[in-house]
Design a protein around this ligand. Structure first.
Ligand code: GAP
Length: 445
């Protein structure tokens, strides 16, 4: 059932232009994906909502947009060059490489190849370290390459700018620096659509606090971020849960970590991680850069390294969870209806306008006029490329909350039909009050 739902969702995303395989024209590049016209709208909206809630509306958080490519020393300091690795084992028969933690153990020395099912003796086929960072050369000469890396998390640009931000904003603890941007990882285990990509977008906040306040703010952020998914993204509570990491699971920098998980069609999986990174990062960057990144607290006349609470969310996984949560199939008069019950704020279009008869120039003219009046206030779309039933089904599939149909009667009674996506209820409303009625309904939804 779960896997069926996954293939239906993938098919919808392709069919309606939410997501395309990247570079398909040239055979594609595995684990890279492109957002189509509708996907790009939703993705942008997710980022805008997050940015508005944390950067524009809060006094204690400022924004940043730092470079993607950073020098080697940054990742020596962050620990990524040493610790951001998977252990891979190669099957002597099929020659495929698998992550050690993802394959079944037969005994301490033997593992089962997930593909050809032979046993692999790890004394002869020793697991090899594989670093997940993507390396590049930023020198103008190939003879003297200058090694640099595509960041595996947006966080490091925040730490390297910590002193710059304090100098210009004069922020006092607690305060946060937020960033939205691309991150890159040469992931070994991929698949499951956009769940694990090699290029993806993160929305991260590094929230700097006094060490003694770290536990309190860690809890606050776990609650805040859980509520964000429920209230702002409209995700159902029964499909969300918080899972605390065990000590063995913690990343090299973390003192505590909780995942917010979503019940994807393939099972509960991480949507976001909230970590208490302690003073690991500022301390390490001070050591390696030889520049002091400690904080001076004027009240107590002391210097110390602040602790960092980090809510780190994936834009693509949020998008994926939204679509899974909103996707419904139902039978209407003996036919299957696919409907995306997105929160109206996140829907690519809020309103669709159709003429009932596309060959009647008066109806088309009126429909276009209504569309032009609406579109500057509310994201709307005009469509007359199919019969009305088909037009409704298209809009249901992309989550448009309301459709307006202009018919022959509209020319005389100055009313149009307003159809609601979830209930499919229709009502006649006055053209004169259309904008007012739509805005009221959209706010109420
Ligand atoms: N700065 C901390 C950090 O990067 P993470 O748990 O590795 O922590 C945070 O990543 C979030 O970024 C994840 O919860 C997920 O939403 C997203 N993410 C991580 N790797 C991803 C990948 N390969 N593809 C898509 N999203 C990913």
């Amino acid at each position: 059932m779960g896997r069926d739902k996954l293939s239906q969702i993938i098919s919808l995303c392709r069919r309606r232009g939410f997501i395309f395989g990247s570079s398909e024209l040239y055979g594609g590049l595995s684990s890279f994906w492109d957002y189509g016209p509708l996907g790009a709208r939703i993705k942008k909206k997710i980022k805008d909502i997050w940015w508005e809630r944390y950067v524009l509306r809060r006094q204690d958080i400022v924004g940043l947009d730092s470079a993607i490519i950073m020098p080697r020393d940054v990742f020596i300091a962050s620990g990524h060059l040493e610790g951001f690795v998977d252990y891979l084992i190669e099957c002597p028969q099929c020659k495929r490489r698998f992550r050690l933690d993802k394959i079944d153990k037969l005994s301490d020395k033997e593992y089962l190849c997930p593909d050809c099912k032979i046993s692999i003796d790890i004394r002869k086929n020793k697991p090899k370290k594989f670093n997940l960072m993507l390396k590049t050369n930023v020198s103008a000469s190939e003879d003297y390459p200058q090694e640099a890396y595509l960041r595996p998390e947006t966080a490091q640009g925040i730490f390297t700018n910590f002193a710059n931000v304090i100098n210009v904003t004069h922020k006092k603890l607690p305060f946060g620096i937020a960033q939205i941007g691309k991150a890159f990882r040469n992931e070994v285990t991929t698949g499951s659509f956009i769940f694990r990509m090699k290029e993806f977008d993160q929305m991260e906040i590094e929230y700097f606090v006094k060490p003694q306040d770290a536990d309190k703010y860690y809890e606050c952020w776990v609650n805040e971020r859980y509520n964000f998914y429920v209230e702002m993204m409209g995700i159902k509570k029964e499909n969300l849960r918080v899972r605390q990491h065990s000590k063995e699971e913690l990343a090299h920098y973390a003192r505590a970590c909780a995942d917010i998980e979503y019940n994807f069609p393939f099972g509960w999986s991480e949507l976001e991680g909230i970590a208490n990174r302690g003073d690991y990062d500022l301390r390490r960057h001070s050591e390696i850069s030889k520049k002091d990144l400690s904080y001076f607290d004027e009240k107590i006349n002391e210097r110390f390294f602040p602790y960092v609470i980090e809510p780190s969310s994936g834009v693509d996984r949020t998008f994926f969870a939204l679509i899974c949560d909103a996707y419904f199939e139902e039978e209407v008069r003996g036919r299957k209806r696919v409907v995306l019950r997105l929160k109206p704020e996140l829907a690519p279009y809020k309103i669709a306008v159709f003429p009932l008869l596309k060959n009647n120039s008066k109806i088309v003219e009126l429909a276009k006029k209504i569309f032009y009046d609406i579109k500057n206030k509310i994201p709307a779309i005009y469509d007359d490329s199919a019969a009305i039933g088909k037009l409704y089904r298209r809009q249901d599939e992309i989550g448009t909350p309301f459709c307006i149909t202009v018919d022959v009667d509209s020319l005389s009674d100055k009313k149009v039909t307003l159809r609601e996506r979830d209930t499919m209820k229709q009502e006649r409303i006055d053209i004169e009050n259309i904008l007012h009625i739509l805005l009221r309904k959209l706010i109420k939804e």
